[in-house]
Design a protein around this ligand. Structure first.
Ligand SMILES: [Zn+2]
Length: 114
């Protein structure tokens, strides 16, 4: 059977195992949760830039330098739209992060009290 070798203790771990049988290191395939959320935040930052550019283009296009009044329905829609867009960007980023390092297997040793 094909095995993986733990980078910490050199134990041969069966493919498909979630932890190293030798030292208890976590076997992670692909990006970690932290890396995925970093991707998400990166996409959100990109979406914010796009949003600002689009808003500026819209202002230039309409010849109006004023945003809708804060109490108007248009402003509410704009805010909800922006939130939806940012949430979508975050999810897209996380999904992209999942594809990143997909074929890579890494061992993470977490220190726990035993
Ligand atoms: Zn190990």
């Amino acid at each position: 059977m094909k095995t993986l070798v733990c980078s910490h203790c050199q134990t041969h771990v069966p493919i498909g195992a979630n932890v190293c049988t030798g030292c208890g290191a976590e076997v992670v395939r692909g990006a970690t949760r932290r890396e995925r959320s970093r991707f998400g935040l990166l996409f959100v930052a990109g979406a914010v830039v796009l949003l600002v550019v689009a808003l500026r283009a819209w202002q230039i296009g309409t010849g109006s330098t004023h945003l809708p009044q804060p109490n108007s329905e248009a402003a509410l829609l704009l805010i909800l739209g922006a939130i939806a867009l940012l949430a979508l960007a975050y999810i897209t980023g996380k999904t992209t992060g999942r594809l990143f390092r997909r074929s890579q297997v890494r061992f993470f040793r977490t220190y726990r009290h035993q």
